[in-house]
Structures are given as structure tokens and as C-alpha cells.
Design a binder for this molecule. Sequence first.
Ligand code: HEC
Length: 147
Amino acid sequence: MSFASSLIRGFALLGLLTVSYVGVAHAADATPDAKPYVVKNGDEVDMNTYKGFLYYGDECLRCHGPDGMGSSYAPNLTQALKTMTKVQFETTVMSGIKQVSNSSDLVMPAFGTNPDVVDNLNSIYAYLKARSDGVLKRGHPHHLPGT
Ligand code: HEC
């Protein structure tokens, strides 16, 4: 009885904490200058950014090249993100680009049905933004413990 009620109180508290945490996270998103990454010493990154590096490697690198630097096929994303907003980035990746006026066959595929990309778009953005802002070096970053 007392165990059950303390269990219930525990869940209620957890719910409360979750709600306040989500509230804080949204407030941070609303700040335009909030950096989506943590980078130390040029190659140590928080877990979210590190995941972005891994998913970039799985899903984007084959066209956009190592480190987001572009290839003969697809543009340099470290340059693109200097002027693109996060929403423009997300829309482009979800819907892709198919230029009807363009006679070449260069296509940015739509990733809207690829859960590896959809569920990790924030991470991929954080990684590419850190590269674009010039704070993260080329190559394989290290995960900062505790982040
Ligand atoms: C099959 C090759 C291919 C893959 C894979 C690919 N892209 Fe692209 N991407 C392109 C091409 C080609 C363009 C340029 C399209 C155009 O402008 O007509 C492009 C354009 C973009 C742009 C717009 C750049 C700008 O300057 O406007 C963004 C952002 C982008 N890609 C992000 C990504 C991300 C993130 C991934 C991985 C989730 C990815 N792409 C995977 C080929 C690819």
C-alpha cells in the first residue's frame, strides 16, 4: 500500500519534471542565437552532435562528401548552412530538391520517409552547423563524456 502510493507519487513527480524539462527545451529553441551543438577544442562534441556526425556519414556523405565539404555531385553544406535557416534545411532534407528547369540529373532525394534521417535531423543539423560555423574541425570528432 505505502509502496504503491510512493510509486504513484514517484511517477507524478517524474511527469512534473518531464513537463518542466520540455518547457525549458522549448524556451531554448526559441532563442535565435542558441547554438545547437557543444564543441570543445575543435574536435570534442556533445552526444547529439556526435550522432549527427554518424548519421551524416551513413546518409549524406556519399553525395555531399566527407565533413560536409561537398563533391562534384552535391553542394558544400558547410557553405550552404551559412545562409540557410534551420527550417529551410529541414524542409530541403524532408522534401528533397528536383529542379525541373535543370537539364542535369543532380537530385537531392527526399528523406521524409527515412526514419534514420527524420528522427535524427536535429543531430545532423547540429553537426553540420558546427562544421559551418568553423568550430568543428574536419575528421572524426570525439564524444565529450557526460554530454
Ligand atoms: C543522392 C545524392 C544525395 C544524398 C544522399 C544527399 N544529398 Fe543533399 N543534395 C544533393 C544534390 C545533388 C543537391 C543539389 C540539388 C540542386 O540544387 O538541384 C543537394 C542539396 C542539398 C541541400 C541544399 C543545399 C543548398 O546549397 O541549397 C541540403 C541542405 C542538403 N542537400 C542536405 C542533405 C542532407 C542533410 C543529406 C543526408 C541526410 C543529403 N543532403 C543527402 C544530393 C544528395
